[in-house]
Ligand binder design. Structure first.
Ligand code: NAD
Length: 318
């Protein structure tokens, strides 16, 4: 089904976490459509560098604020609110557990309240982590998941599951126009080299001819999505009237070992592969069932792993 663009020229959009990796690309795409964008960030995992190119853009405002304290005063009305703020990498789960819980609870509620006040469309950036270590493969949105509710990853998984529950409660109770996107592993320029996720770690190791540290046997799989594909999916969902949750990602499923070997080849590196201890509750398999995204949004990923990884390698090489 074709989705008609709903947000563009003259619309005002609030993006939480706007100086982060995925959110900053989303900000770029919204500005390119003619929207005015206000981004809120406390820079806990994001960076001003990610939006430095927008310094002279009059339709862009960056506000430093911590959503754990609720929303700062933001004059004017927003047409849509995208809640994308949250530390999101596995190393953050151990280092920033309380911050993750707060942004996914206090932050989510504050933004939902603001969406009600403004009668804005509210889009929640949820995650494939909502499926935990899935027992169903690939994962359709109807699958409720297999989540350890108090393990090391639970702060993230449960904060996103809480955010989904809160979003649906506001939709049902307040009639709020809402959407939930379940994002699968996404990569691309502006990731932090040291954020603990496999792709930036492997690329930076390969560029230095250091051993690529693969967790466990490396047989665990992920479906990797280039950021441009994800952002296109997010904006399709925003424009639609769908509530979701809707998966967004690609079906390019690679084992971590295959991914490491591919990165060594693409970087022409001398690196070897080193097996290291696997973190607890690390999911065995990940692949989205994209039936809903295709049917409801006409979404189709376009960028293959080689093309996307080459662009990402180019970014890190600089
Ligand atoms: P990121 O860390 O680069 O971006 C998150 C941004 O939120 C950062 O700029 C950070 O400083 C900001 N932030 C965090 N807590 C905040 C707070 N309390 N107040 C204000 N700002 C705060 O991460 P990302 O990978 O770009 O992820 C963006 C969103 O997409 C997150 O919500 C994440 O859970 C979701 N997501 C990402 C992926 C992925 O593969 N990248 C997968 C699933 C879901």
């Amino acid at each position: 089904m074709a989705v008609t663009q709903r947000y563009g020229d003259g619309h005002r959009i609030l993006v939480s976490g706007g100086a982060g990796f995925v959110p900053s690309h989303t900000v770029d795409a919204l500005l390119a459509r003619g929207c005015e964008v206000v981004a809120i960030d406390n820079f806990i995992t994001g960076s001003r560098d990610n939006v430095a190119h927008l310094a002279d853009e009059p339709r862009f405002t960056l506000i430093e604020a911590d959503l754990a304290d609720g929303l700062p005063p933001l004059p004017g009305r927003f047409d849509a609110i995208l809640h994308m703020a949250s530390p999101a990498s596995p190393t953050d789960f151990a280092k920033l557990p309380l911050e993750i819980l707060k942004v996914g609870s206090i932050g989510t509620m504050a933004l939902l309240d603001r969406a009600v006040d403004d009668a804005a469309r509210f889009l929640m950036a949820s995650t494939s982590e909502a499926y935990g270590d899935p027992l169903v493969h690939p994962q359709p949105e109807s699958y409720w998941g297999n989540v350890n509710p108090n393990g090391i990853r639970s702060v993230y998984d449960e904060s996103k599951r809480f955010s989904e529950a809160a979003t649906m409660a506001y939709h049902r109770f307040h009639g709020l126009d809402t959407a939930i996107v379940r994002i699968f592993n996404t990569y691309g320029p502006r990731m932090r080299p040291d954020d603990g996720r496999a792709i930036p770690a492997f690329i930076n190791q390969a560029l230095r001819d250091l051993p690529l540290t693969v967790h466990g046997s490396g047989a665990q799989t992920r479906s990797i999505t280039y950021v441009d594909d994800l952002v296109r999916g997010i904006l399709l969902l925003l424009d639609s009237t769908e509530t979701g949750p809707i998966n967004c990602g690609t079906e390019h499923e690679l084992s971590m070992l295959e991914l490491a070997e591919l990165i060594i080849r693409l970087t022409d590196s001398e690196s070897k592969i080193e097996m290291v201890e696997r973190p607890s509750d690390d999911p065995e398999k990940r692949r989205p069932d994209l039936t809903l995204a295709r049917e409801k949004l006409g979404y189709e990923p376009r960028v293959g792993p080689e093309e996307g990884l080459r662009k990402t390698i180019e970014f890190f090489a600089k």
